[in-house]
Design a protein around this ligand. Structure first.
Ligand SMILES: Cc1cc2nc3c(=O)[nH]c(=O)nc-3n(C[C@H](O)[C@H](O)[C@H](O)COP(=O)(O)OP(=O)(O)OC[C@H]3O[C@@H](n4cnc5c(N)ncnc54)[C@H](O)[C@@H]3O)c2cc1C
Length: 392
């Protein structure tokens, strides 16, 4: 482990020195990719509400970040912290980019990897790891978000087939997915189904008017008596444990990703404060501005340490859902507060897409809500420390 030799304002505690050489290499490689391929365009994509998935997915596949933490089937088999630092750099560019990677790898691919048959894994995972095939994950419904146990989407057996009816809402990658992992009630309990693009009775409609995660595709999926073959069901799991365990993986990516978004806001504010002159001096020289910058810096570093601690626990097989809730609740909230404070340092410039801070702040509103709202993670932690469940 190296000793910090100089003060780096973007990582004053030198938390990055706690990473292994390989982890730093992954961090720097992903950062370089985002500097070259994402940053020059992201403001425009956000403004226009587009995300060029078909173009970017193979590049993300070549970078090795799709299903990065899974073993075999063309996946990189990376450790938890290596995957975490990749998420940190992706989300430093934009939460929409990290969302794409999380949904593809941690939700869709992970569900197939953990619960699929060998045929299903061979059919989908190598192409998804390469970014040639795109997946989505359908759990939320128009009437059931935090409470998926009451979902209405239903699959019934008919002869050797299944017939799927219902709808899923707020599905990232929904209309562009080659395969949807759809969770539905059955006589046996909740089961996962693989629904291929173009299947008769499946329609996907994009959600418009989003003020958050604009560089990300979000859709509603409707299933009108969709007939699926017997082998469309994921054989390895029955019950909500299936989707919830995949969500736990995706939340892990979020608790790292938001450190990246927070750092990006803080460093944008720091750079701006050093060059913006008011009252004949850089605004960085005013005590009130320094207070904001120092608070941001403290919180970025603390969030980074939280992520690293949870990552190391995960590598030891010791990360439990409350640990993940701790990181998701703390780090998203922290990132959002930093983004808002950074926006004030940039004054009027802070409201434009020329700078990343309001884009991050708007994105983080979605991140606060999806994959378990901040209230639900508070309840997970409340139960963990009191032994009392307060969901109902
Ligand atoms: C951009 C975006 C992308 C998404 N992508 C996906 C995806 O790919 N796949 C997918 O399945 N879903 C996805 N979601 C859906 C997301 O997971 C849900 O929005 C989330 O679970 C919350 O559900 P809801 O929006 O229905 O809110 P609700 O569950 O209706 O909650 C509304 C409010 O009530 C609070 N609340 C609910 N229950 C309790 C309680 N017991 N105690 C205290 N407060 C409570 C909530 O915390 C929240 O503040 C996405 C959402 C967004 C915004």
């Amino acid at each position: 482990m190296t000793k910090p030799t100089r003060i780096d304002p973007s990582d004053l505690l030198a938390v990055g020195d706690l990473l292994s050489d390989e982890e730093r290499l992954i961090r720097d490689t992903v950062r370089r990719f985002t500097e070259e391929r994402i940053r020059p365009h992201i403001g425009d994509w956000f403004e226009r509400g587009v995300f060029p998935v078909r173009e970017l997915a193979p590049e993300l596949g070549a970078l090795g970040v799709l299903g990065m933490h899974l073993d075999g089937y063309g996946c990189a088999g990376a450790d938890a912290v290596a995957y975490g630092v990749a998420c940190m750099e992706l989300e430093a560019a934009d939460s929409g980019l990290r969302s794409f990677v999380s949904v593809q790898g941690s939700l869709a691919m992970r569900s197939i990897h953990a619960f699929g048959s060998e045929e299903q894994k061979l059919r989908w995972l190598p192409g998804m790891a390469a970014g040639e095939l795109i997946g989505c994950f359908g759990l939320t419904e128009p009437d059931f978000g935090s409470d998926p146990a009451n979902m209405r989407t239903r699959a019934v057996r008919k002869g050797g087939d299944w017939v799927l009816s219902g709808s899923k809402m707020w599905i990232t990658n929904g209309s562009i997915a080659d395969v949807a992992v759809v969770w539905a009630q059955t006589e046996e309990g909740v089961r996962g189904f693989l629904v291929e693009r173009g299947t008769r009775g499946l329609t996907a409609t994009d959600v418009h008017g989003k003020l958050s995660l604009r560089a990300s595709v979000t859709s509603e999926l409707a299933f009108d008596e969709v007939v699926l073959p017997a082998d469309a069901v994921l054989p390895g799991v029955t019950g909500l444990r299936g989707p919830l365990s995949s969500l736990n993986e995706a939340r892990y990516g979020i608790l790292w990703g938001t450190v990246g978004a927070a750092r990006d806001c803080y460093t944008a504010a720091l750079d701006y404060a050093k060059s913006r002159i008011q009252f004949d001096r850089p605004i960085a020289g005013f005590q009130l501005t320094q207070h904001k910058l120092v608070e941001m810096m403290l919180e970025v570093e603390k969030a980074y340490l939280v992520a690293l601690r949870i990552g190391r626990l995960k590598e030891q097989g010791a990360a439990r859902p409350p640990h993940i809730s701790f990181g998701k609740l703390n780090n998203v909230r922290t990132a959002l507060e930093i983004a808002r404070s950074a926006r004030t340092v940039l004054g009027a410039n802070g409201i434009t897409t020329e700078y990343p801070v309001l884009r991050h702040a708007n994105n983080l509103e979605s991140v606060l809500t999806y994959e378990g709202t901040s209230e639900i993670h508070t309840l997970v932690l409340g139960e963990a420390i009191t032994g009392e469940s307060a969901y109902r």
